[in-house]
Design a protein around this ligand. Structure first.
Ligand code: SAM
Length: 123
């Protein structure tokens, strides 16, 4: 966060907001986001390599829907998600070494992969 802010100092066309994706309404309500992005014009939303940190119980589809519904007409939403679709059969069941519990939102948090078909069905 500090590094990102330092990189973006001195420009008024970029910004950094610290928020939890699991609270999309809070993300959308950030004053800095509203100051920077003109929601009367089409917006591009990139959810790249982040949704696999959200558990099924945390409702990733509802999170995406909330963000998508906030976008004006003509906007784009792109997302990528880890998958085991290309792993050898049975690989998902292979025992893994125990991992420590990282803080929520950490890049070292457990990743939940999903099949391409389930990602594509988000509406
Ligand atoms: C694999 S990185 C991808 C970052 C960026 N989208 C990219 O493509 O370079 C995943 C990022 O998601 C963030 N993250 C994980 N869970 C989050 C959450 N609940 N809310 C906000 N950010 C989260 C992590 O801190 C990390 O910066």
């Amino acid at each position: 966060m500090v590094h990102a802010s330092a990189l973006l100092t001195g420009t008024d066309s970029t910004g950094v907001v610290l928020a939890d994706l699991r609270d999309p309404e809070v993300v959308l309500a950030q004053p800095k986001l509203r100051d920077l992005i003109d929601f009367t014009q089409p917006v591009a939303l990139l959810l790249v390599a982040i949704l696999h940190f959200i558990t099924d119980a945390e409702g990733p589809a509802a999170i995406v829907a909330t963000l998508r519904d906030a976008l004006p007409g003509g906007s784009y939403l792109a997302l990528s998600h880890g998958t085991q679709d290309f792993h050898p059969p049975g690989d998902a069941d292979r025992p893994r070494p125990p991992t420590r519990t990282p803080p929520p939102g950490s890049c070292s948090a457990p990743v939940r992969t999903c099949a391409r078909s389930s990602t594509a069905s988000t509406s």
